[in-house]
Ligand binder design. Sequence first.
Ligand SMILES: O=C(O)C(=O)C[C@]1(C(=O)O)C=C[C@@H](O)C=C1
Length: 255
Amino acid sequence: MSSAAGPDKEYGNTVNRETFRTSLDFLNLESISRSLICQEDSTIYCLPERAQYGYNAFIYEADAFAEDGLEGSLVEHVVKESEMFHAKLGRFESASERPFFPKELPDMFLPPNQCVIIDVNHKMWDVYFQNLLPNLVKEGSDGFYASSAVRDANCLLAISKRVHTGRFFAESKFTANTKEYTAAIKAQDKEALMNLLSYPKVEENVKERVLMKAKKLAEEAAYKIYPSLVRELYARWVIPLTKEVQVEYLLRRLS
Ligand SMILES: O=C(O)C(=O)C[C@]1(C(=O)O)C=C[C@@H](O)C=C1
């Protein structure tokens, strides 16, 4: 039997969509936190992978393939095509998995009436390309265009998933303290919600933990990143966006 037959068979026999959907116990704060810590590794480890290549401005040129009749940059194509493929597998049935290019996906691959859809990917895209990438890579081109574009797509996917996991935190916090949250939601009071869901000490722990992980990685990895950059990414963007997802989710929670 060929080696490819094994995993296919196992997939068909043991994993169904329901298993995927319920694999995250979204009402248990501890299990969501554990999932977040795992995702931390993905968001940190993808960075040196991208940092091994130069900036490669060509892959961000919007009209690079105009002669071939294609609109958009190489990196956009990589993200769109991978989302098309992932959509066929049902990736976007999970509420924490948001596509960057939902309009490019056939409707049949998007969940028809997923309760509340929160999506901050447009902000994530800008943060990644404007704030993170220029500090992550060397200036100039080294010709590794496709490799760089694929690494960009991997980083975007990992960070986006982490940020959108916020909605599970929000649901969990709402369930644990329904009375107070309900009052703030009815008043549509963003500030009150932000105060209720924020745990400054936990945030400090997260920032310290990612700094430590990045320091360890910087010692071990062949491609260097600055550990402080990872801490800053979390402090300035990842945690605030995760909280924004929570507030936006809660504002719509009772409608
Ligand atoms: O741990 C939580 O309760 C979260 O909501 C996650 C998170 C984070 O993004 O790391 C966000 C808000 C809290 O203030 C603490 C941490």
